[in-house]
Design a protein around this ligand. Structure first.
Ligand code: GLN
Length: 219
């Protein structure tokens, strides 16, 4: 068996890479950054992080990673797109061209407004965790439509905030920037990996929905 088969990669071109790697390490999952197509070989899953989707799409094309990800997906690679990553995975991007187009959802980019309209909140996603989860939205898109093969994991107000199909998970918020490890555990299990149970609250007991600019914490 390939040594990486029990690992999750984090696309390392731009955006929130280290925070995802840190959360994966906290749940005891082998994780590594992915900068080149060959580094996808044998991975169980790949996280496409938040950042800026136009920038990410250009870098993905330049490095030939768009085709490599499509090919990996065809071979069973699980994918998780957070925020910009969800935009890149969507089959429809309202008013713009879709990019990877692998998941049957429509997203509306920057639907909450400007960067200053970023926010934190809590919500219960029963399939993912028993307790409400802290959520951080940074100039997030809204998922405005989902096809029949898509399961909605979190519906809020007039939009879908988290969803999955058999191979792809998308969240429009950033679990890697909160003390919760619930979505990382959920994705690791979707990838068929074993995860360690840890005490999430110990990561940042001071996190509050009012503290969206307070991202840094250490364990
Ligand atoms: N607004 C960004 C975009 O459209 C996404 C922001 C994020 O990933 N936090 O790509």
């Amino acid at each position: 068996m390939n040594a990486a088969a029990g690992a999750i990669g984090v696309l390392d071109l731009q955006g929130g890479v280290q925070e995802h790697l840190d959360h994966l390490r906290r749940i005891g999952v082998a994780a590594r950054p992915v900068k080149r197509a060959a580094e996808l070989d044998g991975l169980a899953g790949l996280i496409i992080p938040g950042g800026e989707s136009t920038c990410l799409s250009r870098l993905l094309t330049i490095f030939g990673l768009d085709d490599a990800i499509r090919q990996g997906y065809g071979n069973g690679l699980k994918l998780w797109g957070t925020c910009a990553g969800a935009i890149l995975l969507a089959r429809e991007n309202v008013g713009e061209m879709p990019f990877l187009g692998l998941m049957d959802i429509a997203v509306n980019r920057n639907a909450f407004g400007s960067q200053l309209d970023s926010f934190n909140r809590d919500a219960l996603a029963p399939a993912v965790a028993r307790e409400p989860i802290p959520l951080t939205f940074i100039r997030a898109p809204k998922i405005v439509q989902a096809g029949p093969g898509v399961r909605i994991l979190l519906q809020l107000d007039d939009y879908i905030a988290a969803a999955e199909d058999d191979q792809i998970l998308v969240t429009v918020f950033h679990p890697e920037l909160t003390p919760s490890l619930a979505f990382h555990r959920y994705f690791a299990r979707k990838c068929g990996l074993k995860v360690a149970e840890t005490d999430d609250a110990a990561l940042d007991p001071d996190w509050t929905p009012q503290s969206w600019t307070r991202f840094s914490y250490h364990v």
